[in-house]
Ligand binder design. Structure first.
Ligand code: FES
Ligand code: FES
Length: 183
């Protein structure tokens, strides 16, 4: 028996020690928003937030998460009000089939917090000053979301969604989906 705090609610589960957090969410708790793409840490479809940090839930065990705050895609909205990142994905057509989308959104929520906290990425041009959301480049967003794959290749819309959630002006959805550069 373990107790996990998921989306603000304590849940009691009876799981074997070998059960991943992803399987516990989907099979034991019916939280099927987190997707299983590869089950081996390659696609990011299972991304959730644990104590505010993005984690592949297929690569961590449920029994390791007692005492932590777990947030899944189901926990991002407040009632009928979507999280700003969820709304930005809709506004910018940041998906096609939607299978990768819960992971993309959870990763994007963490991405914004990481930038706010001054975390640099592999492509941050200036390591002497903290990156800013308002000037986060397309290359930075792509690098910071490189752990989340999209088989539909909705990347232009995904980047535009993160730009919008960062307070920037993304290109129009039609333009971004055509891959057109719009200034
Ligand atoms: S299902 Fe976890 S990374 Fe692909
Ligand atoms: S929207 Fe289909 S895999 Fe990303």
């Amino acid at each position: 028996m373990i107790r996990l705090k998921i989306n603000g609610q304590l849940q009691t589960l009876n799981v074997e020690p070998r059960v991943t957090l992803l399987d516990a969410l989907r099979e034991n708790l019916g939280l099927t928003g987190s997707k299983k793409g590869c089950d081996r840490g390659q696609c990011g479809a299972c991304t959730v937030l644990i104590d505010g940090q993005r984690v592949y839930s297929c690569l961590t065990l449920a029994i390791m998460q007692e005492g932590k705050e777990i947030t899944t895609i189901e926990g991002l909205a407040t009632g009928d009000n979507l999280h700003p990142v969820q709304a930005a994905f809709i506004d910018n057509d940041g998906f096609q089939c939607g299978y990768c989308t819960p992971g993309q959104i959870c990763a994007s929520v963490a991405l914004l917090d990481e930038v706010k906290n001054g975390s640099v990425s592999y492509v941050t041009p200036d390591l002497t000053s903290a990156p800013q959301l308002a000037s986060l480049s397309e290359a930075e967003i792509k690098e910071r979301l490189s752990g989340n794959l999209c088989r539909c290749s909705a990347y232009n819309g995904i980047v535009a969604a993160v730009q919008q959630a960062s307070g920037q002006n993304p290109p129009s959805p039609a333009a971004s989906n055509l891959g057109t550069e719009v200034s």
